[in-house]
Write a protein that binds this ligand. Sequence first.
Ligand code: ZN
Length: 125
Amino acid sequence: MCEQFNSKIMQARGVRDKLEDHKRNSRFWVPQWVGDAKGEKFEVCCRMDKYVVDLGERTCSCRVWDLCGIPCAHAIVALGWRNLKPEDYTHGGSEVTNESGLETQERSSVMLQSHIVETQESIAN
Ligand SMILES: [Zn+2]
């Protein structure tokens, strides 16, 4: 039980660490808004490299954002251009933490119930 709980916390920590890594790398990238009506599409350039970020779809042509659910460096500069927080665009980032909290609550109520059953049984005996 505890191991499962710990691995969830580790997962949440991993997400945060990766996001910090991407933030550090994002300083090399320059976002250029392509001029779409919603203001969600960007071309993000660094020297000869260029990636296309879509904030509405939560995708980047480097595929990191779609696959990991963590905004890549390219997405982070585009989000920054819009004054948006990468944390709010991390799939499962805050959910991971909330979920483990919920599970603990459920688990403790199950443990409490089994304790009551045990107590009742010992009274009956
Ligand atoms: Zn990217």
